[in-house]
Design a protein around this ligand. Structure first.
Ligand code: NAD
Ligand code: UDP
Length: 333
């Protein structure tokens, strides 16, 4: 297959590129490098032996995007590109709606023009909003109780994709709802390396461990969970990348939605302990008030992906921590 990865120099896109190249696919990458670095392409080459063709394009620039599609003759698009900082999206909602919705609409228009009828979209567990239970299944209602513009862009894009499929019976769309991706490639050559100050747990733990940030604030220890801290479903990035390959192999008409998660919840304190154990270093932490909009406990029911895609996670939190530390050691060199 000839595949376009939008946002492919980013964290999830770059790991997926490696798994796709391993399977013999031809991968091209488009990114505006807002939140990733061009050197990722060399790292992909070091790991996989292949340097993907790269287009430095902002997807809001429709003319430039059109040229990529005109040249590309793609079989399928994986749409990773987007802004993803939840806190920033509350401060700059217009920027998030413009970038995430605008880039998707431009892409869908180009896909129509060039008859590219297969799409895999990076959605998020955030589309479930607030639910009465912690274990989330794909058939639950979405869109209610989402607490930030970032999450709403994911929900809106899912709805746009559903409408596109209604208008074009040949279109095959797979929506992947990621839980919390963590870890790095076991080579230590690529991982999560945000250009901005992060607000997700794992990149903050990384920056506290290197001394770039002074302290990890644990947002709340009074939740109704065994140790009082928030529980999430952390999925190793390599498992997540392999979930994309499995999804592509099982594309079918219509819109098909899958949770990509482990099915197991881990608390903030358990994450801190796992990192400390793997690194042999104590992390500087403090208990802080709950973060607005946070839920106590969220984890995937991953049964649908296992049944229909033949995919399930294989790696553990310990693997993720080991690989993260290996990646940090490479970054420090
Ligand atoms: P990332 O920031 O590392 O990668 C996204 C890439 O998109 C970046 O390289 C950025 O430069 C690029 N980009 C953004 N806007 C663009 C535009 N207008 N034109 C061209 N390129 C653009 O993020 P990631 O963690 O790899 O996430 C990939 C996708 O998965 C995103 O859509 C994100 O919302 C979604 N997602 C991520 C997580 C997570 O925790 N990492 C969880 C759920 C969903
Ligand atoms: N968290 C925390 N301190 C931080 C960042 C996150 O305690 O500096 C907690 C957060 O409250 C949640 C978990 O870590 O319980 C995962 O947060 P993240 O933002 O990574 O993912 P999300 O909440 O979007 O699932």
């Amino acid at each position: 297959m000839k595949i376009l990865l939008t946002g492919g120099t980013g964290y999830i896109g770059s790991h997926t590129a490696i798994e796709l190249i391993k399977e013999g696919h031809e991968v091209e990458i488009l990114d505006n490098l807002f939140n990733s670095k061009i050197t990722v392409l060399d790292r992909i080459q070091e790991i996989s032996g292949v340097k993907p063709k790269f287009y430095e394009v902002d997807m809001l620039d429709k003319e430039a995007l059109d040229k990529v599609f005109a040249e590309g003759n793609y079989d399928i698009v994986f749409h990773f590109a987007g802004l993803k900082a939840v806190g920033e999206s509350v401060e700059k909602p217009i920027r998030y709606y413009e970038n995430n919705l605008g880039s998707t609409i431009n892409m869908l228009d180009c896909m129509k023009k060039y008859s590219v009828n297969k799409l895999i979209f990076s959605s998020s567990a955030t589309v479930y909003g607030e639910q009465p239970v912690a274990e989330l299944t794909e058939d639950m209602q979405t869109g209610v109780g989402i607490t930030n513009p970032y999450g709403r862009t994911k929900y809106m894009i899912e709805e746009i994709i559903k409408d596109v499929v209604i208008s074009n019976p040949n279109f095959e769309a797979t929506i992947l709802r990621y839980f919390n991706p963590v870890g790095a490639h076991p080579s230590g050559l690529i991982g999560e390396d945000p250009n901005d100050i992060p607000n997700n747990l794992m990149p903050i733990i990384m920056k506290v461990s290197t001394g770039e940030l002074p302290c990890l604030s644990i947002y709340g220890n009074d939740y109704d969970t065994p140790d009082g801290t928030g529980i999430r479903d952390y999925i190793h990035i390599v498992d997540l990348a392999k979930g994309h390959v499995a999804s592509m192999q099982k594309m079918k008409p219509g819109v098909n939605i899958y949770n990509l998660g482990t099915g197991k919840g881990t608390s903030v304190l358990e994450m801190v302990e796992a990192f400390e154990k793997a690194s042999g270093k104590k992390l500087n932490t403090k208990i802080a008030p709950r973060r607005a909009g946070d839920l106590a406990e969220v984890y995937a029911n991953p049964t649908k992906a296992e049944k229909e895609l033949g995919w399930k996670t294989e790696l553990t939190i310990t693997d993720a921590m080991k690989d993260t530390i290996n990646y940090l050691n490479h970054l420090a060199k």
